[in-house]
Design a protein around this ligand. Structure first.
Ligand code: PLP
Length: 510
């Protein structure tokens, strides 16, 4: 493909993306395809002769799009958002166009240095303790990983290696394999599946401790577990706390967990994959309590900072602990500026050797939206979740299951679990909105997460109308009385006005 054709292909592809995104509300959020639909429509081998890009775009439209779940649709209300923005999409294109790898500074100095800059920008924007910045005097700093799962695994592996080093010093009578066989880690039973998986990959059991009734893990539970394990001869290594659990966006009590971890020399990692976005807001100051005492934390920019997947920020209080744990050298990887302050060789901070130039899309996103735009995006999701919560509370057939937190509302139709399951099944069959259910203490509930590139109050009203009319239909089928709430549009208008008057007034009003 020559550059003229490349230009034409590129322009057509941007048009394609704009058409797709601008018309996303017209598509059912869930696809209507049976398994193998895509496989059966595609050839079994690479085409022998090159094909024209127009043919490829035609098949993208005709074969691939009908088989997609539309994550950027405001009617995608499952899991947590995987957000995007025009700046970030173009950033991703530029990353591919420039095509550099940045595993060490010399591989592409600007790649490393831009990452240092944007990670410090982000640390300041999120009001994290200063020691997490590369520019601070200490050994802290931030790095971009692909996913929260990778960040957690890096923390678990580094904590494990640090524990082995220190145990070999304090217990010289134990062999290394004896030490490794005694290691143990902790998290809550509300933590994301990636935490348990990190334990599997790190060959170190992670105990999932029971959260309290309010779904929060507190220091007293951790202390008791650690004391029991130490008495049984085990070696505690790390506790992974969560700010913003996947089920209900509950916040573990970092302060009391830090008390225990500091006293017992246990690494404390915070998984703030979703809720980290809230750190930026003055009105969410409480969320940041205790972060000055954690060893590492992660936050997914692809969830709440309008940077497209994949992009997960991780900060370390003492990056040397990771670098020393993972440092494997080869002569071809050496360069003369190694070890110089503020120009890290990020290959030591991560699992793969090669690394993408993700800092570029972060930089472009931050510059094109500004701190103001990022904050108002988080605030908009909170306001839209509050709108949804108002709908739930206004309809006596439903009940809230947990407090609304950031952009998440957990609710259920009153009645047994079957009722919840049947409502969700109807919604999934209609494909107009997409939610998932979760369960706590034997009670199933629905999670409504505000998602999409540009969700609006009218989208929340659309989703709610879909939910409540399907409940009405379900109740009618079961010959149960249905009460239809009347003032849904009035509530939407109220939230529309609230959002219109938003623009930065929150901080002043605190
Ligand atoms: N942690 C929490 C709290 C999550 O909600 C999620 C995913 O939603 C993850 C971790 C996993 O994120 P990733 O897909 O970036 O590994």
């Amino acid at each position: 493909m020559d550059f003229d054709e490349f230009r034409e292909f590129g322009h057509a592809s941007i048009e394609f993306i704009i058409n797709y995104l601008s018309g996303i509300r017209e598509r059912d959020v869930l696809p209507s395809v049976a398994p193998y639909t895509v496989i059966n429509q595609l050839p079994k081998e690479i085409p022998e002769k090159p094909e024209h890009w127009r043919e490829v775009l035609k098949d993208l439209e005709g074969i691939i799009l009908p088989g997609l779940t539309h994550w950027q649709s405001p009617y995608f209300n499952a899991f947590y958002p995987s957000s995007s923005s025009a700046g970030s999409i173009v950033g991703e294109l530029l990353i591919a166009g420039i095509g550099v790898l940045g595993f060490s500074w010399i591989c592409s100095p600007a790649c490393t240095e831009l990452e240092v800059v944007v990670m410090d920008w982000l640390a300041k924007f999120l009001k994290l303790p200063e020691h997490f910045q590369h520019a601070s005097d200490g050994p802290g700093g931030g790095v971009i990983q692909g996913s929260a799962s990778e960040a957690v695994l890096v923390a678990v592996l580094a904590a494990r290696e640090q524990a082995v080093i220190s145990c070999k010093e304090t217990h010289p009578e134990l062999s290394e394999s004896e030490v490794r066989g005694k290691l143990i880690a902790y998290s809550s039973d509300q933590s994301n599946s990636c935490i348990e998986k990190a334990g599997v990959l790190a060959a170190m059991p992670i105990k999932l401790l029971p959260a309290d009734d309010d779904l929060i893990l507190r220091g007293n539970t951790l202390r008791k577990a650690i004391e029991d394990d130490v008495a049984a001869g085990l070696i505690p290594v790390i506790c992974i706390a969560t700010l913003g659990t996947t089920g209900t966006c509950a916040y573990d009590d970092i302060d009391s967990l830090a008390d225990v971890c500091q006293a017992l020399n246990v690494w404390l990692h915070v998984d703030a994959a979703y809720a980290g976005g809230g750190f930026a807001l003055e009105e969410c100051t409480d969320l940041r309590r205790g972060l000055d005492r954690v060893d590492s934390l992660n936050f997914n920019l692809h969830k709440f900072m309008l940077v497209n997947f994949d992009c997960s920020a991780m900060w370390l209080r003492d990056a040397n602990k990771v670098v020393d744990s993972f440092n494997v050298d080869r002569i071809y990887l050496k360069h003369k500026h190694e070890g110089q302050s503020q120009i890290p060789d990020f290959r030591h901070w991560q699992i793969p050797l090669g690394r993408r130039f993700r800092a570029l899309k972060v930089w472009i996103t931050f510059r094109t939206l500004g701190a103001e735009g990022l904050r108002s995006h988080v605030r908009k999701h909170i306001a839209l979740a509050q709108q949804f919560e108002a709908f739930v509370r206004n309809d006596s057939r439903f009940e809230m299951v947990a407090p609304q937190a950031l952009g998440l509302v957990c609710f259920r139709p009153r009645g047994d679990n079957e009722h919840t399951a049947q409502l969700l099944q109807r919604l999934m069959e209609r494909k107009k909105i997409y939610m998932v259910k979760a369960e706590h203490a034997g009670r199933q509930f629905l999670r409504f997460a505000v998602c999409g590139m540009d969700a609006k109050p009218s989208d929340i009203e659309f989703a709610w109308t879909e939910i409540e009319t399907q409940l009405t239909a379900l109740l009618a089928e079961k010959s149960l009385p249905a009460r239809k709430p009347s003032n849904v549009s009035e509530l939407t208008q109220h939230f529309q006005m609230h959002l219109a008057s938003d623009s930065g007034t929150h901080e002043k009003s605190q």
